[in-house]
Write a protein that binds this ligand. Structure first.
Ligand SMILES: Cc1cc2nc3c(=O)[nH]c(=O)nc-3n(C[C@H](O)[C@H](O)[C@H](O)COP(=O)(O)OP(=O)(O)OC[C@H]3O[C@@H](n4cnc5c(N)ncnc54)[C@H](O)[C@@H]3O)c2cc1C
Length: 387
Protein backbone atom coordinates (compact mmCIF):
# COMPACT_ATOMS: atom_id res chain seq x y z
CA UNK A 1 0.00 0.00 0.00
CA UNK A 2 1.14 3.47 -0.73
CA UNK A 3 2.14 5.47 2.32
CA UNK A 4 0.49 8.89 2.56
CA UNK A 5 2.74 10.50 5.13
CA UNK A 6 5.17 12.29 2.85
CA UNK A 7 4.45 15.50 0.95
CA UNK A 8 6.32 17.25 -1.87
CA UNK A 9 8.93 18.74 0.44
CA UNK A 10 9.76 15.32 1.80
CA UNK A 11 10.02 13.81 -1.66
CA UNK A 12 12.27 16.67 -2.80
CA UNK A 13 14.44 15.96 0.23
CA UNK A 14 14.47 12.26 -0.69
CA UNK A 15 16.03 13.21 -4.03
CA UNK A 16 18.82 15.02 -2.19
CA UNK A 17 19.39 11.99 0.02
CA UNK A 18 19.42 9.65 -2.98
CA UNK A 19 22.01 11.86 -4.64
CA UNK A 20 24.17 11.75 -1.50
CA UNK A 21 23.78 7.98 -1.27
CA UNK A 22 24.77 7.50 -4.90
CA UNK A 23 27.92 9.49 -4.36
CA UNK A 24 29.01 8.45 -0.87
CA UNK A 25 27.40 5.15 0.10
CA UNK A 26 29.29 3.02 -2.40
CA UNK A 27 30.34 -0.59 -1.87
CA UNK A 28 33.93 0.64 -1.55
CA UNK A 29 32.96 3.13 1.19
CA UNK A 30 30.93 0.52 3.08
CA UNK A 31 33.88 -1.90 2.99
CA UNK A 32 36.23 0.86 4.20
CA UNK A 33 33.97 1.88 7.10
CA UNK A 34 33.62 -1.78 8.09
CA UNK A 35 37.40 -2.32 7.95
CA UNK A 36 38.18 0.85 9.91
CA UNK A 37 35.34 0.37 12.36
CA UNK A 38 34.14 3.93 11.99
CA UNK A 39 32.64 6.45 9.60
CA UNK A 40 35.27 8.90 8.36
CA UNK A 41 34.91 12.56 9.18
CA UNK A 42 34.76 13.64 5.53
CA UNK A 43 31.58 11.61 5.04
CA UNK A 44 30.01 13.17 8.12
CA UNK A 45 30.95 16.62 6.83
CA UNK A 46 29.55 15.82 3.40
CA UNK A 47 26.32 14.73 5.10
CA UNK A 48 26.28 18.04 6.95
CA UNK A 49 26.80 19.94 3.73
CA UNK A 50 23.95 18.09 2.01
CA UNK A 51 21.67 18.72 5.00
CA UNK A 52 21.31 15.06 6.02
CA UNK A 53 22.28 15.66 9.64
CA UNK A 54 21.42 18.41 12.08
CA UNK A 55 17.82 18.19 10.93
CA UNK A 56 16.39 19.34 14.25
CA UNK A 57 19.02 22.05 14.77
CA UNK A 58 17.27 25.46 14.58
CA UNK A 59 17.99 27.41 11.40
CA UNK A 60 19.72 30.20 13.37
CA UNK A 61 22.39 27.63 14.26
CA UNK A 62 22.75 26.27 10.74
CA UNK A 63 20.32 23.36 10.80
CA UNK A 64 17.02 22.57 9.10
CA UNK A 65 14.84 23.48 12.09
CA UNK A 66 12.71 20.33 11.78
CA UNK A 67 11.98 20.04 15.46
CA UNK A 68 9.02 17.66 15.52
CA UNK A 69 8.89 16.47 11.90
CA UNK A 70 10.63 13.12 12.05
CA UNK A 71 9.72 12.29 8.45
CA UNK A 72 12.93 13.82 7.11
CA UNK A 73 14.97 11.65 9.46
CA UNK A 74 12.93 8.62 8.36
CA UNK A 75 13.78 9.34 4.73
CA UNK A 76 17.49 9.49 5.56
CA UNK A 77 17.22 6.11 7.26
CA UNK A 78 15.18 4.51 4.47
CA UNK A 79 17.63 5.55 1.78
CA UNK A 80 20.87 4.88 3.64
CA UNK A 81 19.74 1.49 4.95
CA UNK A 82 18.43 0.41 1.57
CA UNK A 83 21.85 1.31 0.13
CA UNK A 84 23.30 -1.28 2.53
CA UNK A 85 24.84 0.82 5.29
CA UNK A 86 23.16 0.37 8.65
CA UNK A 87 26.39 1.75 10.11
CA UNK A 88 26.09 5.13 8.43
CA UNK A 89 22.40 5.29 9.32
CA UNK A 90 23.43 4.49 12.90
CA UNK A 91 26.06 7.23 12.99
CA UNK A 92 23.50 9.76 11.71
CA UNK A 93 20.99 8.51 14.28
CA UNK A 94 23.39 9.00 17.19
CA UNK A 95 24.14 12.53 16.04
CA UNK A 96 20.57 13.61 15.36
CA UNK A 97 18.46 11.59 17.81
CA UNK A 98 20.77 10.97 20.78
CA UNK A 99 23.16 13.91 21.00
CA UNK A 100 21.72 16.99 19.26
CA UNK A 101 18.31 16.93 21.07
CA UNK A 102 19.91 17.54 24.48
CA UNK A 103 21.37 20.77 23.18
CA UNK A 104 18.38 21.83 21.09
CA UNK A 105 15.75 21.20 23.77
CA UNK A 106 17.71 21.56 26.99
CA UNK A 107 20.94 23.42 26.23
CA UNK A 108 21.65 26.93 27.49
CA UNK A 109 21.93 29.68 24.87
CA UNK A 110 25.75 29.56 25.20
CA UNK A 111 25.82 25.77 24.77
CA UNK A 112 23.65 26.03 21.66
CA UNK A 113 25.80 28.75 20.14
CA UNK A 114 29.00 26.87 20.89
CA UNK A 115 28.07 23.40 19.70
CA UNK A 116 25.04 23.29 17.43
CA UNK A 117 26.56 24.89 14.31
CA UNK A 118 29.36 22.29 14.28
CA UNK A 119 26.94 19.45 14.92
CA UNK A 120 24.88 20.52 11.91
CA UNK A 121 27.94 20.61 9.64
CA UNK A 122 29.37 17.31 10.89
CA UNK A 123 32.47 19.02 12.29
CA UNK A 124 31.38 18.15 15.81
CA UNK A 125 30.42 14.52 16.42
CA UNK A 126 28.22 13.91 19.44
CA UNK A 127 27.52 10.88 21.58
CA UNK A 128 25.37 10.02 24.56
CA UNK A 129 26.96 8.09 27.43
CA UNK A 130 24.59 6.55 29.95
CA UNK A 131 25.55 2.87 30.19
CA UNK A 132 28.34 1.66 32.49
CA UNK A 133 30.00 -1.72 32.92
CA UNK A 134 27.78 -2.33 35.97
CA UNK A 135 24.60 -0.49 34.95
CA UNK A 136 22.57 -0.55 31.74
CA UNK A 137 18.86 -1.21 32.23
CA UNK A 138 19.12 0.04 35.80
CA UNK A 139 20.46 3.50 35.03
CA UNK A 140 20.11 4.74 38.56
CA UNK A 141 22.84 2.26 39.46
CA UNK A 142 25.55 4.25 37.68
CA UNK A 143 28.76 4.98 39.55
CA UNK A 144 30.31 7.81 37.53
CA UNK A 145 30.48 10.77 39.88
CA UNK A 146 30.74 14.49 39.25
CA UNK A 147 31.88 16.28 42.39
CA UNK A 148 31.17 19.99 42.63
CA UNK A 149 34.30 22.10 42.91
CA UNK A 150 34.99 25.76 42.35
CA UNK A 151 33.87 26.61 38.78
CA UNK A 152 32.84 23.13 37.75
CA UNK A 153 32.91 19.41 38.45
CA UNK A 154 35.50 16.67 38.81
CA UNK A 155 34.31 13.54 36.99
CA UNK A 156 35.47 10.00 37.75
CA UNK A 157 34.14 6.75 36.34
CA UNK A 158 33.65 4.71 33.18
CA UNK A 159 31.07 4.20 30.46
CA UNK A 160 30.71 1.36 28.02
CA UNK A 161 28.96 0.50 24.73
CA UNK A 162 28.99 4.15 23.67
CA UNK A 163 28.02 4.55 20.02
CA UNK A 164 30.27 7.04 18.20
CA UNK A 165 32.29 6.90 21.43
CA UNK A 166 35.66 6.73 19.72
CA UNK A 167 35.03 9.51 17.23
CA UNK A 168 32.97 11.82 19.45
CA UNK A 169 34.08 15.38 20.09
CA UNK A 170 31.33 15.98 22.61
CA UNK A 171 29.78 13.43 24.92
CA UNK A 172 26.51 14.10 26.72
CA UNK A 173 27.36 12.19 29.90
CA UNK A 174 25.02 10.92 32.60
CA UNK A 175 26.68 11.43 35.99
CA UNK A 176 25.89 11.34 39.67
CA UNK A 177 25.96 14.76 41.28
CA UNK A 178 24.09 13.77 44.43
CA UNK A 179 23.83 10.99 46.99
CA UNK A 180 21.64 7.88 46.66
CA UNK A 181 19.60 7.06 43.60
CA UNK A 182 16.74 9.53 43.74
CA UNK A 183 15.99 11.08 40.33
CA UNK A 184 17.48 14.39 41.44
CA UNK A 185 20.86 12.78 42.19
CA UNK A 186 21.82 12.82 38.49
CA UNK A 187 22.91 15.40 35.95
CA UNK A 188 24.04 15.58 32.31
CA UNK A 189 27.46 17.07 31.58
CA UNK A 190 29.00 17.90 28.23
CA UNK A 191 32.42 16.27 28.26
CA UNK A 192 34.75 17.36 25.49
CA UNK A 193 37.36 15.44 23.57
CA UNK A 194 40.78 16.56 24.81
CA UNK A 195 39.77 17.33 28.38
CA UNK A 196 42.52 16.13 30.74
CA UNK A 197 41.73 12.67 32.11
CA UNK A 198 39.10 11.81 29.47
CA UNK A 199 40.10 8.69 27.56
CA UNK A 200 38.10 7.26 24.65
CA UNK A 201 39.30 3.78 25.55
CA UNK A 202 39.07 0.91 23.14
CA UNK A 203 36.71 0.24 20.28
CA UNK A 204 34.50 -2.76 20.96
CA UNK A 205 34.23 -5.57 18.40
CA UNK A 206 30.58 -6.11 17.62
CA UNK A 207 28.43 -8.72 15.94
CA UNK A 208 27.08 -6.11 13.51
CA UNK A 209 27.30 -2.39 12.74
CA UNK A 210 30.95 -2.95 11.90
CA UNK A 211 31.33 0.45 10.28
CA UNK A 212 30.19 2.43 13.31
CA UNK A 213 32.40 2.80 16.37
CA UNK A 214 31.25 1.72 19.80
CA UNK A 215 33.65 2.40 22.65
CA UNK A 216 34.45 2.33 26.31
CA UNK A 217 35.09 5.74 27.88
CA UNK A 218 36.92 6.52 31.07
CA UNK A 219 37.09 9.63 33.20
CA UNK A 220 39.88 10.16 35.67
CA UNK A 221 39.66 13.43 37.60
CA UNK A 222 38.29 15.23 34.54
CA UNK A 223 37.58 18.88 35.27
CA UNK A 224 34.37 19.91 33.50
CA UNK A 225 33.47 23.61 33.74
CA UNK A 226 30.04 24.40 35.13
CA UNK A 227 28.98 25.98 31.84
CA UNK A 228 28.99 22.41 30.46
CA UNK A 229 26.13 21.37 32.73
CA UNK A 230 23.15 20.75 30.42
CA UNK A 231 20.46 23.39 30.97
CA UNK A 232 22.68 24.86 33.69
CA UNK A 233 20.65 23.02 36.33
CA UNK A 234 22.03 20.31 38.54
CA UNK A 235 19.88 17.31 39.46
CA UNK A 236 17.87 17.32 36.21
CA UNK A 237 19.76 14.56 34.39
CA UNK A 238 17.32 11.74 34.97
CA UNK A 239 14.31 13.83 33.93
CA UNK A 240 16.22 15.06 30.87
CA UNK A 241 17.01 11.49 29.79
CA UNK A 242 13.37 10.52 30.20
CA UNK A 243 12.33 13.46 28.04
CA UNK A 244 14.41 12.29 25.09
CA UNK A 245 13.88 8.53 25.37
CA UNK A 246 10.65 8.46 23.28
CA UNK A 247 12.58 10.00 20.37
CA UNK A 248 15.45 7.54 20.79
CA UNK A 249 13.05 4.60 20.83
CA UNK A 250 11.06 5.85 17.86
CA UNK A 251 14.34 6.23 15.98
CA UNK A 252 15.25 2.57 16.59
CA UNK A 253 11.81 1.42 15.46
CA UNK A 254 12.02 3.48 12.27
CA UNK A 255 15.46 2.01 11.53
CA UNK A 256 13.86 -1.42 12.01
CA UNK A 257 11.04 -0.66 9.59
CA UNK A 258 13.52 0.65 7.01
CA UNK A 259 15.67 -2.48 7.38
CA UNK A 260 12.62 -4.74 6.99
CA UNK A 261 11.62 -2.90 3.82
CA UNK A 262 15.14 -3.22 2.45
CA UNK A 263 15.20 -6.93 3.30
CA UNK A 264 11.94 -7.47 1.43
CA UNK A 265 13.27 -5.61 -1.62
CA UNK A 266 16.59 -7.49 -1.65
CA UNK A 267 14.84 -10.82 -1.19
CA UNK A 268 12.31 -10.18 -3.95
CA UNK A 269 15.12 -9.31 -6.35
CA UNK A 270 17.21 -12.30 -5.31
CA UNK A 271 14.47 -14.94 -5.45
CA UNK A 272 13.34 -13.75 -8.88
CA UNK A 273 16.88 -14.06 -10.18
CA UNK A 274 18.20 -17.25 -8.57
CA UNK A 275 17.15 -20.63 -9.93
CA UNK A 276 17.02 -24.19 -8.54
CA UNK A 277 15.50 -27.34 -10.03
CA UNK A 278 14.96 -25.40 -13.26
CA UNK A 279 12.72 -22.81 -11.63
CA UNK A 280 13.13 -19.39 -10.06
CA UNK A 281 13.33 -19.59 -6.27
CA UNK A 282 10.36 -17.20 -6.29
CA UNK A 283 8.26 -19.82 -8.08
CA UNK A 284 8.28 -22.30 -5.20
CA UNK A 285 5.12 -22.11 -3.16
CA UNK A 286 7.08 -21.89 0.10
CA UNK A 287 8.98 -18.86 -1.20
CA UNK A 288 5.76 -17.13 -2.25
CA UNK A 289 4.22 -17.78 1.17
CA UNK A 290 7.29 -16.39 2.92
CA UNK A 291 7.40 -13.34 0.65
CA UNK A 292 3.73 -12.77 1.46
CA UNK A 293 4.54 -12.96 5.19
CA UNK A 294 7.41 -10.52 4.81
CA UNK A 295 5.31 -8.13 2.76
CA UNK A 296 2.41 -8.13 5.26
CA UNK A 297 4.83 -7.43 8.12
CA UNK A 298 6.39 -4.55 6.22
CA UNK A 299 2.94 -3.05 5.53
CA UNK A 300 2.04 -3.28 9.21
CA UNK A 301 5.40 -1.82 10.19
CA UNK A 302 4.88 1.25 8.03
CA UNK A 303 1.29 1.74 9.17
CA UNK A 304 2.43 1.71 12.80
CA UNK A 305 5.57 3.74 12.10
CA UNK A 306 3.63 6.47 10.29
CA UNK A 307 1.13 6.66 13.13
CA UNK A 308 3.96 6.98 15.64
CA UNK A 309 5.66 9.73 13.59
CA UNK A 310 2.33 11.60 13.45
CA UNK A 311 1.93 11.28 17.22
CA UNK A 312 5.48 12.59 17.69
CA UNK A 313 4.77 15.55 15.38
CA UNK A 314 1.73 16.40 17.54
CA UNK A 315 3.85 16.03 20.72
CA UNK A 316 1.62 13.14 21.72
CA UNK A 317 4.09 10.25 21.71
CA UNK A 318 4.18 9.08 25.32
CA UNK A 319 7.02 7.08 26.87
CA UNK A 320 4.75 4.02 26.97
CA UNK A 321 3.67 4.34 23.33
CA UNK A 322 7.28 4.78 22.20
CA UNK A 323 8.34 1.73 24.21
CA UNK A 324 5.50 -0.36 22.73
CA UNK A 325 6.42 0.65 19.22
CA UNK A 326 10.14 -0.01 19.81
CA UNK A 327 9.75 -3.61 20.93
CA UNK A 328 7.06 -4.47 18.40
CA UNK A 329 8.82 -2.90 15.41
CA UNK A 330 12.23 -4.41 16.16
CA UNK A 331 10.74 -7.88 16.62
CA UNK A 332 8.89 -7.70 13.29
CA UNK A 333 12.13 -6.44 11.76
CA UNK A 334 13.98 -9.45 13.14
CA UNK A 335 11.40 -11.92 11.73
CA UNK A 336 11.45 -10.29 8.29
CA UNK A 337 15.25 -10.28 8.15
CA UNK A 338 15.44 -13.88 9.27
CA UNK A 339 13.06 -14.92 6.48
CA UNK A 340 15.10 -12.87 4.01
CA UNK A 341 18.34 -14.55 5.04
CA UNK A 342 16.73 -17.98 4.69
CA UNK A 343 15.47 -17.26 1.19
CA UNK A 344 18.95 -16.18 0.14
CA UNK A 345 20.28 -19.64 1.05
CA UNK A 346 24.03 -19.70 1.76
CA UNK A 347 24.49 -16.23 0.29
CA UNK A 348 22.29 -14.89 3.08
CA UNK A 349 25.07 -15.77 5.51
CA UNK A 350 27.84 -14.06 3.56
CA UNK A 351 28.49 -10.51 4.70
CA UNK A 352 29.22 -9.33 1.19
CA UNK A 353 25.43 -9.46 0.84
CA UNK A 354 23.51 -6.58 2.45
CA UNK A 355 20.89 -8.96 3.86
CA UNK A 356 23.55 -10.67 5.99
CA UNK A 357 24.90 -7.38 7.30
CA UNK A 358 21.42 -6.01 8.00
CA UNK A 359 20.58 -9.21 9.90
CA UNK A 360 23.66 -8.82 12.10
CA UNK A 361 22.92 -5.12 12.62
CA UNK A 362 19.29 -5.82 13.54
CA UNK A 363 20.09 -7.99 16.53
CA UNK A 364 21.06 -5.05 18.71
CA UNK A 365 17.83 -3.19 17.97
CA UNK A 366 16.18 -5.49 20.52
CA UNK A 367 18.88 -4.67 23.09
CA UNK A 368 19.87 -1.03 22.97
CA UNK A 369 17.78 2.06 23.63
CA UNK A 370 16.38 -0.03 26.48
CA UNK A 371 16.02 -3.80 26.04
CA UNK A 372 12.74 -5.14 24.74
CA UNK A 373 12.13 -6.69 28.15
CA UNK A 374 12.36 -3.24 29.73
CA UNK A 375 10.07 -1.89 26.96
CA UNK A 376 7.48 -4.55 27.83
CA UNK A 377 7.91 -3.69 31.50
CA UNK A 378 7.15 -0.01 30.80
CA UNK A 379 4.10 -0.89 28.71
CA UNK A 380 2.86 -3.65 31.00
CA UNK A 381 3.25 -1.55 34.13
CA UNK A 382 1.19 1.19 32.53
CA UNK A 383 -1.51 -1.24 31.37
CA UNK A 384 -1.71 -2.92 34.74
CA UNK A 385 -1.80 0.43 36.53
CA UNK A 386 1.19 -0.50 38.71
CA UNK A 387 2.96 2.38 40.43
C1 LIG B 1 26.05 -1.80 19.91
C2 LIG B 1 25.57 -1.09 21.14
C3 LIG B 1 25.46 0.28 21.15
C4 LIG B 1 25.05 0.96 22.29
N1 LIG B 1 25.04 2.33 22.30
C5 LIG B 1 24.85 2.97 23.49
C6 LIG B 1 25.02 4.40 23.58
O1 LIG B 1 25.31 5.06 22.57
N2 LIG B 1 24.89 4.98 24.79
C7 LIG B 1 24.56 4.28 25.92
O2 LIG B 1 24.46 4.87 26.97
N3 LIG B 1 24.37 2.93 25.86
C8 LIG B 1 24.51 2.27 24.68
N4 LIG B 1 24.36 0.90 24.62
C9 LIG B 1 24.00 0.18 25.83
C10 LIG B 1 22.61 -0.42 25.81
O3 LIG B 1 21.62 0.57 25.86
C11 LIG B 1 22.53 -1.41 26.98
O4 LIG B 1 23.37 -2.51 26.63
C12 LIG B 1 21.12 -1.88 27.27
O5 LIG B 1 20.34 -0.85 27.79
C13 LIG B 1 21.10 -3.07 28.24
O6 LIG B 1 21.89 -2.83 29.37
P1 LIG B 1 22.95 -3.94 29.85
O7 LIG B 1 23.77 -4.29 28.68
O8 LIG B 1 23.62 -3.45 31.07
O9 LIG B 1 22.06 -5.21 30.19
P2 LIG B 1 21.41 -5.56 31.62
O10 LIG B 1 20.68 -4.40 32.14
O11 LIG B 1 22.44 -6.18 32.48
O12 LIG B 1 20.36 -6.69 31.18
C14 LIG B 1 20.69 -8.06 30.97
C15 LIG B 1 19.39 -8.82 30.67
O13 LIG B 1 18.50 -8.71 31.80
C16 LIG B 1 17.26 -8.19 31.40
N5 LIG B 1 16.69 -7.35 32.44
C17 LIG B 1 17.29 -6.35 33.13
N6 LIG B 1 16.43 -5.78 33.97
C18 LIG B 1 15.24 -6.42 33.81
C19 LIG B 1 13.94 -6.30 34.41
N7 LIG B 1 13.68 -5.34 35.31
N8 LIG B 1 12.97 -7.13 33.97
C20 LIG B 1 13.22 -8.07 33.05
N9 LIG B 1 14.41 -8.24 32.45
C21 LIG B 1 15.41 -7.42 32.84
C22 LIG B 1 17.57 -7.39 30.13
O14 LIG B 1 16.41 -7.21 29.34
C23 LIG B 1 18.62 -8.25 29.47
O15 LIG B 1 17.99 -9.28 28.75
C24 LIG B 1 24.71 0.21 23.46
C25 LIG B 1 24.78 -1.18 23.45
C26 LIG B 1 25.22 -1.84 22.31
C27 LIG B 1 25.34 -3.33 22.35
Amino acid sequence: MERDIYDEDHEAFRDVVKEFVKRYVTNEAIARWDAEGEIDRDTMKAAGESGLIGLSVPEEFGGAGMLQDYRFRAIVMEEVISAGSGSLAGAFGIQDDLAVPYLVHMGTQEQKEKWLPGMATGEVIGALAMTEPGAGSDLRGIKTTAKKVDGGYIVNGAKTFISSGKTADLVVTFVKTGEGNRPDAFSLLLIENGMDGFDHGKKLHKMGFHGHDTAELSFSDVFVPEENLISGREGMGFVQLMMNLPLERMSIGVAGAAAAQAALDWTLAYTKDREAFGERIADFQNTRFRLADMSASVEALWAYTDRVMRAYAGKKLSAEEAAKYKFWATEREWEVLDLGVQLHGGYGYITEYPIARAFLDARVHRIYGGTNEIMREIVGRDLAGKR
